[in-house]
Write a protein of this length. Sequence first.
Length: 274
Amino acid sequence: MKLYVGLSVNSICIWSDAMNNLADALSCLVTLGFFWATLRLGDRVQPQIPVKGERLLSFLLSAVVAIVGVSFAWSSLERLMYPTPVWFSVKFFWIVLLTAVVKLGMFFFYRAFARKTKSDVLRVLQADSLMDCFITTATLLSFTLTQVMSFAVDAIFGLGISVFLFVGAAKLMGSHLRALLGYVRKETREQIETAIISRKELANFEKIQYDIGKNDAVTAFVTLPPAAFTDDGTLRRLADAIGKETGATLRFVLQTEQEKQERSGSDAAEENHE
């Protein structure tokens, strides 16, 4: 509907908004396919595979939004350099307004399910639907102003919308990319390591591995040697104390004597090889 309106009235804002909605529709189909595959496979796959798949899909959806933002900016710049008239129509105004209401309804729909399922993909779609509602509202304002302004006002609005789209999508891409790579900032890692070393029960830890969860939450898996074994209550107390200090969740992995010997043998073999 938006594409028809945009082409009919020659509005770059409405046309670009239509392309953005088309990308959203394709993203929804991909998301639906991902959820269907996850439910179909069920327990036949490792638990981490759906989690990683959802993070990858969230990153790709954010990338699509960013690409649409760049395309939107390019079209708006072209319109600024080569202005063309826009024809206002009350009928088309109400049609585009209806699509803004639909997008607002989609936002509340996604938000309800995102809160229930804690799904990153649904959170991306939720944010995108709200952005689309604002974009369409700005598009309507631009479309209305074309009646009283001869300047390429729709191109100016188009540039503003494209920046808004790209910045929002870039932030989401960065967040999901860090989660995919399991990247933890150096300052956070140093803070966690310092907190662990300062506890004498954990000073001889073997290694620390990190994982990024929902909302960039950091989980640190601390491998302890057999000699560091202590009661569960002490480990829980240490995990709670370090968690409050660093904001991270701690999980302890107790290494067995056999694993330690195997690792020692592997290190010796590597040294001989060198």
